[in-house]
Write a protein of this length. Structure first.
Lengths: 440, 466
C-alpha cells in the first residue's frame, strides 16, 4: 500500500489534478457506461477509471501498469458519463490524457508500433491511400475474402474477416465540387471538412451535405490542403500526431479561397461544417489540443469556435426550403460524439421533424454507444460486439425500417450489426436522408 | 486469494492492485483498500463465499453501487468486498399482488421503470436512485424526497433472502404484509450489512399517483422558508415531498441542470403534491397562499412533465454537483423536529464559520432531515477532513440535543459509529450488540461499522470525557 512510483510522467497532456478533482465519486455515471453494463466491474466504469488516473497522479500506481492500460483502453470514449455527470467532469479530456500517458511510458511491440505508423501516419492523413485501401477492402469483401479467411481458422485471419464485415458494400470518393453555390438569396458561407473516412468512403454524403445546405441558401466550399481531423489519433493517445494534423487543417481553412472574388479572409467564413460527429467533437476541441502551443493556441480556439455539426448548423439557422415527404418508418440514433461530445441533441430531431410523412419512432437507449467508437471495434472486438448487440436488439424491437445517424463509424458498425442479424434495416446519414427528401 | 479463485473461478474474483484501488471508496470521504473483491452471480456463490470467509476468519463487506454516504461499503478492517453488480435481475413483478422480487444489485430506478407499464412504482426514491441499488437501500434503510408521505425503505420491504456469516441461506418474511414471530425483516433493513448478506428482496409496489403538482418557491431567507414548511404541515397538508436548498447549493445545481432555479434567492422550497386529480389544484392553491403569506418572493409551478423532471433532476443531482464548488465534501444527515429548523440551521451556519468552511444546504425539510454539505479540499492536507468532521460533529450534537437523531437515511457506517454514544446509553448499545452477535457470532459481517470501535473511536471518547 505504501509503494510509490517515482516515475516522472512529465506529460503536458496527462490528466491534470484539477480535472480529476471535479469528480466527487457519486456514481451517477455508472449506469450510463456501456462497458460497465457488460463487465460489471468498477475498473471499467468512468468513476473507476478516474480513480485509476488519480492513483497514478498520486504515484500509488505506475502509468505503465498493465491494469491501467487495460482499463483505460477498454473505455469507448463515448462520453455518456459526461452527460450524466452533475459536477461537469470533462471525462473525454481525462481519458485521452491518460492514453497519452500510456503511449509515453508503456513499451509497445514492434508490430503494434508498425500498425500505428501505418494507420495514423500513412492511411488516415492521405486521402488517396485511404481511398485505395477502402476500394481494395470492398473488392476483397465482394470476392468472398471473408469465407477464405475464416476457413483458415487462424485468429488473426478471423479478426481480419471481422473487419471486412464492417466495410460497406461500396465506397465512393466522389464528393462535392470545390464550391457549391447557394440557391436563392445567400444567407451564409461555410467551409466543409471533407474528412478522411467521409472523403474516401462516404464522399457522396459530403456532396449531399453541400446540396442540402445550398438548398437552404448556404454557400459551401471545400478548402484544399485539408486533411484528417486527428480525432482517431487523439482518442488513441497520439496527441502529437493529432496536433500536427490540427495545425495543417487550421492553416488550410485559414487560407481557404472559396469565393469567386478571390481570397476571402477566414473571418468572413460563417462556419466550418462537419458531418462526422467524431471529427466535429475533436475539432471543437482544437483549442484544448493546442493549448500549450503559444504560436497556435489562439488560432486554434478561434478556429474551434467556428466548428459546427451540419445538423446543428442547419437547424439553428433554420430550414428555408420545405423538404418533400418521405414515407418511411425511421428511428434516430444519437452519435455519441454529437450528443455527449458536442451536446447537440435537439437539432437533428428538429430536422427529422421537418420531413413530412416521416414516421419517427423513438429508439430505446438512442443515447448509448453502438460500439464503433473510432477504432474501438478494431482494438476491442469482443466488447464492441457486446455493445453492438445491445444496440441492434433495440433497433429490431423498434420496428423502424431505417436508422438515421450522423457519423461514419456508427453507419458502418450498425449496418454490419444489422446485416449479421439478418435484418434488412438500412442505416442512413441524416444529410443523405434530407438530400433524398429534397430530390433532384 | 488463491482459495477464492479455486472456489468461485477467476472471472468472479479480483485481486490485482489496479482492481483493488477502485473498490476503496464510496460516495463519501472514507477509504480503505480491500484484500480481494468478489463478484457473485448467484445465492450459491454468496453462500460458498461466506462459508469460505467463515472458515478463514476473513471479514466480508457488501457493496451495491458504491454511492453510499457513510462509508458502509468501505473495508475498514480489510477482507473481501462483495460487489452485487452481477446480481441485478428483476426476478418477478407480481402486479396483481403489488409485489416485486429483485436481486440486490438492481438499480432503484430500474425497478420503477420496469413497474411503470403496470401503473406501479417503488416509492423510496433516494437522490441517487439512478445509480444506487436496492440491496444498498435495504442495508441503509434509505429514504428520499417522497418518504415524507410514504415512508422509508423498511415500509416497503416484506421479504428477504439472506446469507448468514456461516454460509447458511435463510428466508425472512415473504409477500404477505405481516408474518408471525419476530419482525426479522425489519431488523435486517437498516442493519448496514452487519448481520448478513441480502441476496433477494421482496418489495411492495404502489400505484402511481393519478397526477402531481410541483411548485418551486423562492424566499429571501432560510428562516422564512423554514416557517413556511411548518405552516404547510400545521395546515393539515402532507405533501409528497418538501425539499429545501440554500443559495450555495442552488448555484451548483443550476449550473448542472439549467432548471431555472433563481440564483439570488436565500432559500428555495420544492413542494410536490400527488394523488387523485380531483382537488389537487385546491391543495396546490392553499400551499401557494401559505408560501406567499410567509414571504415567498416568487413561485413557479411546473407546467409540463419535462419541467417537473428538470426541477427534480436539480434537487436529486445536488450532492453529485458539488464537484462544481469543491473537490471534496462531507455531508451530514441529522434529523431534527421540524419546528427547530431555523435554530439548527443557524448552528450549521455557525459551525461553518467557526471552522472557516463553506457549507451548502439541501435537504428534506418536511422530514426535518438535514443535509449540510461541508465543503473542503483534501489537496490542502488531511487536516482539512478533520476540520470538516469537527464542524459536522458540532451540527450532529445540536441535532441530538434538539431531540433528533444522527442519521435519517445515510446510515451510521464507519463515519458516525464513534458518535453513537451521543444518542445511546451503554446498555442500549449492548442490547443492539447482542442482536448482532445472534446473527454473526464470529463478527465477520462488515466489521467496524455502526458500533463504536475501540481503535478508531478512542480519540472521540477521550474528547467527550474532557
Amino acid at each position: 500500500m505504501t509503494a510509490t512510483f517515482p516515475l516522472p510522467y512529465p506529460n503536458a497532456d496527462a490528466p491534470g489534478e484539477d480535472l480529476i478533482a471535479r469528480c466527487v465519486h457519486c456514481g451517477f455515471c455508472l449506469p450510463t457506461c456501456p462497458t460497465f453494463a457488460v463487465l460489471g466491474v468498477e475498473m471499467d466504469s468512468p468513476r473507476g477509471r478516474i480513480r485509476l488516473m488519480k492513483t497514478v497522479w498520486e504515484r500509488r500506481l505506475g502509468a505503465d501498469a498493465a491494469g491501467f492500460d487495460d482499463h483505460i483502453s477498454k473505455c469507448l470514449d463515448c462520453r455518456a458519463c459526461e452527460t450524466a455527470c452533475p459536477s461537469g467532469v470533462e471525462y473525454g479530456k481525462l481519458v485521452e490524457g491518460a492514453r497519452s500517458q500510456i503511449v509515453a511510458v508503456r513499451p509497445r511491440s514492434r508490430i503494434e508500433r508498425a500498425i500505428r505508423v501505418a494507420a495514423f501516419d500513412w492511411l488516415l492523413p492521405h486521402r488517396r491511400a485511404l481511398g485505395a485501401f477502402a476500394s481494395i477492402s470492398v473488392l476483397a469483401k465482394r470476392l468472398g475474402a471473408r469465407a477464405v479467411l475464416r476457413a483458415t481458422h487462424l485468429r488473426a485471419a478471423g479478426r481480419m474477416a471481422d473487419l471486412l464485415d464492417l466495410v460497406p458494400d461500396r465506397a465512393s470518393a466522389s464528393g462535392p465540387p470545390r464550391i457549391v453555390r447557394a440557391r436563392g438569396e445567400r444567407r451564409a458561407r461555410v467551409a466543409l471538412l471533407r474528412g478522411c473516412v467521409m472523403g474516401s468512403v462516404f464522399a457522396p454524403t459530403n456532396a449531399a451535405t453541400a446540396r442540402v445546405l445550398a438548398r437552404n441558401g448556404i454557400e459551401v466550399f471545400v478548402p484544399d490542403d485539408q486533411t484528417c481531423c486527428g480525432a482517431l489519433h487523439a482518442h488513441a493517445g497520439e496527441r502529437d500526431r493529432a496536433r500536427a494534423l490540427a495545425r495543417r487543417n487550421i492553416a488550410a481553412f485559414e487560407k481557404a479561397e472559396g469565393s469567386e472574388r478571390g481570397r476571402a479572409p477566414f473571418e468572413s467564413v460563417d462556419a466550418v461544417i462537419v458531418n462526422a460527429a467524431g471529427c466535429g467533437a475533436a475539432m471543437k476541441e482544437y483549442g484544448w489540443l493546442l493549448k500549450d502551443d503559444p504560436e497556435w493556441s489562439t488560432r486554434a480556439s478561434a478556429f474551434a469556435a467556428k466548428v459546427k455539426d451540419a445538423t446543428e448548423y442547419l437547424a439553428d439557422i433554420g430550414v428555408r426550403e420545405q423538404p418533400r415527404g418521405l414515407g418511411v418508418r425511421a428511428t434516430w440514433d444519437d452519435p455519441c460524439h454529437l450528443l455527449h461530445g458536442q451536446k447537440v441533441r435537439e437539432q437533428p430531431r428538429a430536422l427529422l421533424a421537418a420531413i413530412p410523412e416521416l414516421e419517427l419512432i423513438p429508439l430505446a437507449e438512442a443515447d448509448w454507444c453502438c460500439g464503433s467508437a473510432g477504432t474501438y471495434n478494431v482494438t476491442q472486438p469482443d466488447l464492441a460486439r457486446a455493445v453492438l448487440d445491445r444496440k441492434v436488439g433495440h433497433i429490431l424491437r423498434s420496428g423502424a425500417d431505417v436508422v438515421i445517424t450522423a457519423n461514419p463509424g456508427c453507419l458502418m458498425q450498425i449496418q454490419a450489426g444489422l446485416r449479421a442479424a439478418g435484418s434488412r434495416v438500412t442505416v442512413v446519414h441524416l444529410m443523405d436522408l434530407l438530400d433524398q427528401a429534397y430530390g433532384p | 486469494m488463491r482459495g477464492l479463485v479455486d472456489l468461485l473461478g477467476p472471472s468472479k474474483v479480483l485481486g490485482a492492485r489496479a482492481d483493488l484501488v477502485v473498490y476503496e471508496y464510496d460516495g463519501a470521504v472514507d477509504t480503505a483498500t480491500p484484500d480481494a473483491v468478489v463478484l457473485p452471480e448467484s445465492t450459491a456463490d454468496v453462500s460458498a463465499l461466506a462459508r469460505f470467509c467463515h472458515e478463514h476468519a476473513v471479514p466480508i463487506v457488501p457493496r451495491g453501487a458504491g454511492t453510499g454516504l457513510s462509508g458502509g461499503a468501505i473495508p475498514v478492517e480489510g477482507g473481501v468486498v462483495v460487489s452485487f453488480a452481477r446480481m441485478a435481475r428483476i426476478v418477478e413483478i407480481d402486479a396483481a399482488n403489488l409485489r416485486a422480487i429483485v436481486q440486490p444489485g438492481v438499480i432503484n430506478l430500474h425497478l420503477s421503470t420496469a413497474a411503470a407499464p403496470y401503473g406501479l412504482h417503488f416509492v423510496p426514491d433516494p437522490s441517487s436512485q439512478k445509480a444506487c441499488t436496492l440491496g444498498g437501500n435495504v442495508a441503509e434503510n434509505s429514504g428520499g424526497p417522497h418518504t415524507l408521505a410514504y415512508g422509508v425503505t423498511t415500509n416497503h420491504v416484506t421479504g428477504l433472502e439472506i446469507v448468514l456469516s456461516d454460509g447458511e441461506v435463510v428466508r425472512l418474511g415473504g409477500k404477505a404484509i405481516e408474518h408471525e414471530g419476530y419482525d426479522l425483516v425489519g431488523t435486517f433493513v437498516g442493519s448496514e450489512g452487519t448481520l448478513g448478506l441480502v441476496t433477494e428482496i421482496t418489495v411492495r409496489l404502489v400505484p402511481l399517483p393519478e397526477d402531481k403538482r410541483t411548485l418551486m418557491a423562492a424566499f429571501e431567507t432560510m428562516d422564512a422558508a423554514s416557517e413556511t414548511v411548518s405552516a404547510i404541515i400545521a395546515a393539515g397538508i402532507v405533501p409528497g415531498a418538501i425539499e429545501m436548498m440554500d443559495q450555495l447549493a442552488t448555484e451548483a445545481v443550476e449550473a448542472a441542470v439549467h432548471a431555472g432555479y433563481p440564483l439570488d434567492a436565500g432559500a428555495i422550497l420544492l413542494v410536490e403534491v400527488d394523488g387523485p386529480r380531483d382537488g389537487l389544484d385546491d391543495i396546490r392553491q392553499r400551499i401557494e397562499t401559505i408560501c406567499r403569506e410567509n414571504g415567498a418572493r416568487s413561485i413557479r409551478i411546473a407546467a409540463t412533465a419535462l419541467e417537473r423532471e428538470r426541477l427534480w433532476a436539480g434537487r436529486k443531482g445536488a450532492f453529485a454537483a458539488m464537484g462544481r464548488l469543491s473537490p471534496d465534501y462531507y455531508v451530514q444527515d441529522g434529523v431534527i423536529p421540524r419546528t427547530r429548523l431555523p435554530e439548527i440551521l443557524r448552528v450549521v451556519k455557525g459551525a461553518g464559520e467557526r471552522h472557516h468552511l463553506r457549507v451548502a444546504n439541501v435537504f428534506h425539510a418536511g422530514d426535518g432531515n438535514l443535509h449540510p454539505l461541508i465543503l473542503f479540499d483534501l489537496r490542502d492536507g488531511p487536516e482539512e477532513l478533520e476540520r470538516a468532521k469537527a464542524a459536522g460533529l458540532e451540527i450532529l450534537t445540536a441535532c441530538v440535543e434538539a431531540g433528533g437523531s444522527l442519521t435519517g437515511e445515510h446510515g451510521i457506517g464507519m463515519e458516525k459509529n464513534c458518535y453513537m454514544p451521543l444518542q445511546f446509553a451503554a446498555q442500549d448499545l449492548a442490547a443492539m450488540r447482542r442482536v448482532k452477535e445472534a446473527f454473526d457470532p464470529a463478527g465477520l459481517m462488515n466489521p467496524g461499522k455502526v458500533f463504536p470501535t475501540p481503535s478508531r473511536c478512542r480519540e472521540f471518547v477521550l474528547a467527550a470525557a474532557r
